[in-house]
Ligand binder design. Structure first.
Ligand code: 3H9
Length: 693
């Protein structure tokens, strides 16, 4: 075995040269890796004893892509194109031996091998689109030549990880070898290639599939139309499509030029910067200062949930999906049966769409049992999550009981979306075991989990919760106790301004349109209509004091009643409502205000800048660890457009000084709800950015 450089070795096994990469964590194509590959292929090519070359990786995966940390800086050492040329033009057969995830630039390297073998657990993909990019190392031209333009469109605009079996069927892999025996399998394959004198297949020369799609622009037109809603606002999907059009319509080298041009545009633009930022923000959120990696974890083998409503049921499904048994406790049989039936229905719906098998429906339902007694059911659980009505007295009562019932060391969690968890913990004799696990509705779908650390929560409970979140497929952010925690507290700012704007002359649909155009899936008023205007509204106490009161009194309770802020047709399409407009105008007249025309710019700034300012207060108070954590919350729990990074990243893009100046201007005109956070003032005075915090 000869060392090529610190991350690459070269060995000769019989007449097959084996280049082994070992660059943890994911063998990304850093300058060192490119150098190792370049020198490795050069040496293997020059060795007359080597008749074929296998490229294989150590660790958890084959090359998982370009090294994203290098983006934006100058590229040192050999380029990826140099490496690819060396492989593709090698006179000796080159075989990529694949395990783990072969992604992005990694797959682009593998597509320059003459053959690819993989273990059955391997996954293939070009996920650049999720970083606001397109494959920039020939992938846009090679993938359609292997799998055809239709499949390439789907793969490249979704970034989906294709399982090895599907990759084999689609021609991405040439052979699957036994799990755990990749090296042996790849060597045997190489020997077979030599013995059979198989040709050196270069994907760049295979034009059949792209030529078959030439002169059929409808393939692209239909794909764009079918996905218009999904791609709204994003640049990268459209650019990916254009490169596949180029693969179909242009010779290989010309197609590469299109790829290079569009890649450069995306790479230097704000969307990719935001999406790359988000990639690292999500991973950074997992790192909790002061909690050591070896903090003892509490094994979670069984979970208890209190409440079989929408929230409790959704939470239960997360654990069942991960194979963890759950017992749900309700007070009465009827809501318990209803909750369990809803869970089954949800699973069956997923199965009917092909998401899971009928057997998986049964397996998961079997993991979820129901009970009417906490005493009978919670003695052996390792974690209980309370998901009942948001009332402090009820929660305290439950936690006092849990304290008496649950075994020592069990985690006692509340799903409250904003109540004081220290107060809840105070009724137990084990506040160190109490934590907030704030799921977002629908809990089986939404990715975000706010993990709320109370004053006495132990490190072990926090570390266990963070790990568990990953296990059940959630993106976790650790936050502190304050009203509304991070997400809802910031939301409160936007909601307040949206309501005020309406009282100053902007109609709900104008506010909604501005926020929709900004990139949110819907504005606050459309959201209220969807959720139901009557959440928290009590008919008997309603006295027409607010716009909402009047709408609810008129039985305009949102989409479910066919009317709310908007009017809805039978297909639930929203239309601005003259009724609502009259109600609003009456309120404005009564308040003595003069309605005015409010610009889109003011609507946006009034809704968004106070959110950024609140984020600064949250950081000041230590309720979030870092600015990027706030962005992770807003992207994954509140539909903040991914290509704008999050409120704090957006603040950096427009500039903290501009945010401060606007807040000062609004404060002078409209009052102290716009008072700038001292940390924002400090940041601006020090000429720093949110990302520096
Ligand atoms: C590309 O290839 C462009 C080319 O087309 C053009 C070139 C010219 N770079 O996610 P994990 C780090 S664009 C640098 O927790 P998992 C990550 O930050 C790229 N670092 O593990 C983390 O670090 P830390 C296309 C990377 O097992 C650690 O690895 N490729 C990269 O849950 C572990 O990551 C992609 O978009 C990278 N490319 O998932 C794939 N990837 O421990 C991006 C990871 O310090 N990566 N890191 O926090 C992934 O999807 C997942 O990381 C993967 C592993 C599925 C591979």
């Amino acid at each position: 075995m000869a060392e090529i450089n610190s991350v690459t070795d070269l060995s000769l096994e019989g007449d097959v040269a084996v280049i082994t990469l070992n660059s943890p964590p994911v063998n990304a194509l850093s300058a060192k890796v490119r150098e190792g590959l370049y020198e490795g292929f050069k040496a293997a090519g020059a060795n007359p004893a080597a008749k074929a070359i296998v490229l294989i990786c150590e660790g958890r995966t084959f090359i998982a892509g370009a090294d994203i940390t290098e983006f934006g800086g100058a590229m040192a050492g050999p380029s990826l194109f140099d490496v690819q040329g060396m492989m593709e033009n090698s006179p000796k057969p080159v075989i990529a031996a694949i395990h783990g995830t072969v992604l992005g630039g990694g797959l682009e390297v593998a597509l320059c091998a003459h053959y690819r073998v993989a273990v059955p657990s391997a996954k293939f993909g070009l996920p650049e689109v999720n970083l606001g990019l397109l494959p920039g190392a020939g992938g846009t031209q090679r993938l359609p030549r292997v799998v055809g333009p239709e499949r390439a469109l789907e793969m490249m605009t979704s970034g989906r990880h294709v399982p090895a079996k599907e990759a084999l069927a689609g021609g991405l892999a040439d052979e699957l070898v036994e799990e755990g025996k990749l090296r042996e399998g790849a060597l045997a394959f190489a020997k077979k290639v030599l013995a059979e004198n198989r040709p050196l297949t270069r994907i760049r020369d295979q034009n059949e599939k792209v030529e078959a799609a030439r002169g059929k622009p409808e393939i692209f037109a239909e794909f764009r139309k079918a996905n218009a809603r999904k791609f709204r606002g994003f640049l990268a999907p459209e650019y990916n499509i254009q490169t596949i059009e180029a693969a179909v319509n242009l010779p290989f080298e010309e197609g590469l030029k299109v790829e290079r041009k569009l890649f450069g545009e995306l790479m230097s633009g704000p969307q990719s910067a935001a999406q790359r930022y988000s990639f690292f923000a999500e991973r950074t959120a997992n790192k909790i200062p002061g909690i050591a990696d070896d903090t003892p974890l509490i094994p979670i083998k069984k979970v208890g949930i209190i409440g079989a409503g929408t929230m409790g049921g959704g939470i239960a499904m997360n654990f069942a999906n991960a194979g963890i048994p759950v017992v749900i406790v309700e007070q009465r049989q009827e809501p318990l049966d209803r909750g369990l039936a809803t869970i089954r229905k949800n699973y069956e719906r997923t199965a009917s769409r092909g998401g899971i098998t009928a057997q998986q429906v049964e397996d998961r339902c079997a993991l979820i049992t129901g009970s009417l007694s906490m005493e009978d059911s919670f003695g052996d659980v390792d974690l209980v999550i309370e998901a009942v009505f948001e009332r402090m007295d009820i929660k305290k009562d439950i936690f006092a009981k849990l304290d008496a019932i649950c075994k020592p060391g069990a985690i006692l969690a509340t799903n409250t979306s904003g109540l004081n968890i220290d107060e809840i913990a105070s009724v137990t004799k084990r506040p160190e075991s109490v934590i907030g696990l704030h799921f977002f509705s629908p809990a089986n779908v939404m990715k975000l989990l706010e993990i709320v650390r109370a004053d006495h929560t132990s490190d072990s409970v926090i570390a266990t919760s963070m790990k568990l979140a990953k296990q059940i497929g959630k993106i976790a952010v650790l936050v502190g106790v304050c009203p509304g925690f991070v997400g809802n507290r910031i939301l409160g700012q936007r909601q307040r301004e949206a309501q005020k704007l309406v009282m100053e002359g902007a109609m709900p649909w104008e506010v909604d349109r501005v926020l929709y155009d900004f990139g949110f899936p819907m504005g606050p008023f459309a959201m209220s209509d969807l959720a139901g205007l009557d959440i928290g509204w009590v008919k008997e106490k309603s006295n027409g004091e607010s716009i909402r009161d009047v709408l609810c009194e008129a039985d305009r309770r949102g989409q479910k009643t066919g009317a709310g802020y908007y009017d809805y047709d039978e297909n639930r399409n929203a239309k601005p409502s003259p009724f609502t407009e009259n109600v609003i105008n009456d309120f404005i007249v009564k308040s003595g205000a003069n309605p005015r025309k409010i610009s889109d710019e003011e609507i946006l700034e009034r809704c968004i800048y106070p959110m950024i300012n609140e984020g600064m207060k949250i950081l000041e108070e230590g309720k979030a660890i870092r600015a990027s954590d706030i962005d992770v919350v807003w992207q994954n729990g509140y539909g903040w457009p991914v290509y704008r990074g999050g409120p704090m990243h957006y603040g950096d893009q427009i500039g903290p000084a501009k945010v401060l100046a606007k807040m000062q201007e609004f404060q002078a005109k409209m009052g102290d709800q716009f008072k700038p956070a001292p940390l924002l003032e400090k940041l601006v005075s020090e000429n720093k950015k949110f990302a520096d915090l």
